[in-house]
Design a protein. Structure first.
Length: 361
């Protein structure tokens, strides 16, 4: 990975070279915070990510979706250190046969705003399931991810959908640099939070992305007026069982082989910690909500904050379910989705099959 210098804005919000035009666009239904999208709209994505096994799946899902283009990846430390998350982002793009620099990869923050990084335990020591992948030679950008987030938003006002599937450090920094950032993006979808206190961390009421950088989460929740939140409990409603996992990973293609290698240890981890036979797909679920807002079948607009101080609860998201606190709702909390449609999108992520009909099946 060599760092590339960037002098001017990458202006257009267009399709990747060689991608087909949208056959059928997203069909927004119930998500109250989702903006309207016309039937032929293309969702142009900026993905803030800490790859990560399920980050890889999410990026694959976005690439395969006929109604989405991936405009940029901004990378943060999280599941593993920054060097590795950046390297993994490049590996994923290699698997997807993305041309060098398209989408560009912007390395960002190496750790949380305060304190030290919380390491994940379920992604292997390399963040990609110890799959033994060769080092990528793909170039990465010299520009910091937080600066790229502000620049990209300014260059294409109201056009880009931002999806965060890692700790919120890069975005918090970008918001600090440019408080007008929410106006510059079309939509923000965040994978994070345990909205009923049923988390996935040693401090059990917390979820990894929020727990990894609580101050950053507080900045984002406090300053972004209306975001879409895909919490851990919703992820747990839609596990991919062992039979379906086999179906996903047993195909002949490069993507299926990659998925097989990165997920081979996941079922053991999920069974040991959650007693579920299969895997959870947190980041792909958030990506599905971003590319097909209509996949959401139940959501609630609520005021969501994050706890910063409690020794057992630092990083816990708190939701004012009944409005007692009187805070203005700042998040559309996704509670249920069309599970079969999500499964279709997961399958397409592996086969790369275009032409899926949103909402079909
Ligand atoms: C989140 O934590 C990370 O380990 C995953 O990549 C996902 O973004 C789920 O809590
Ligand atoms: Ca992630």
């Amino acid at each position: 990975m060599a760092a590339r210098d960037r002098t001017g804005p990458r202006g257009d919000v267009g399709r990747r070279p060689g991608r087909s035009t949208l056959a059928s666009g997203p069909s927004p239904r119930s998500a109250t915070a989702s903006p309207p999208a016309g039937p032929r709209a293309v969702t142009s994505l900026v993905i803030d990510t800490d790859p990560g096994v399920d980050d890889a799946q999410a990026i694959m899902l976005a690439f395969a979706h006929p109604g989405a283009t991936v405009h940029a990846l901004t990378v943060v430390a999280g599941n593993v250190g920054l060097d590795r998350t950046v390297a993994n982002a490049c590996t994923i793009l290699d698997v997807l046969d993305a041309p060098p620099g398209a989408p560009p990869v912007f390395p960002g923050c190496p750790g949380p705003l305060l304190g030290s990084r919380v390491a994940a335990t379920s992604h292997g020591s390399d963040g990609l399931g110890d799959g033994g992948f060769p080092a990528s030679t793909r170039p990465v950008e010299a520009e910091h991810a937080a600066l790229a987030l502000t620049r990209l938003g300014r260059a294409s006002p109201g056009a880009l959908t931002l999806v965060t599937i890692g700790p919120l450090t890069n975005l918090a920094l970008a918001l600090t640099l440019d408080p007008d950032l929410p106006r510059r993006y079309r939509r923000l979808v965040v994978m994070g939070g345990a909205v009923r206190g049923t988390g996935n961390m040693p401090s059990p009421s917390t979820e990894f992305n929020m727990r990894s950088d609580p101050e950053a989460a507080a900045i984002v929740l406090g300053r972004w007026p209306e975001l879409t939140l895909v919490p851990w409990e919703t992820v747990m409603r839609y596990p991919i069982g062992l039979e379906r996992l086999e179906e996903l990973t047993s195909g002949p293609g490069r993507r299926a082989l990659f998925l097989r290698r990165i997920t081979r240890d996941r079922p053991r981890h999920v069974q040991a910690h959650f007693g579920v036979a299969g895997i959870f797909a947190a980041d792909p679920l958030a990506m599905a909500v971003a590319v097909e807002p209509g996949i959401v079948t139940r959501s609630e607009r609520r005021h969501v904050t994050v706890e910063l101080a409690g020794p057992a609860t630092r990083g816990q998201t708190t939701v004012d379910w009944f409005g007692f606190g009187g805070g203005t709702p700042n998040a559309d909390v996704v509670l249920e989705v069309d599970g079969e449609r999500f499964w279709q999108l997961m399958k397409a992520a592996v086969t790369g099959t275009p032409g899926m009909e949103p909402g079909a099946g």
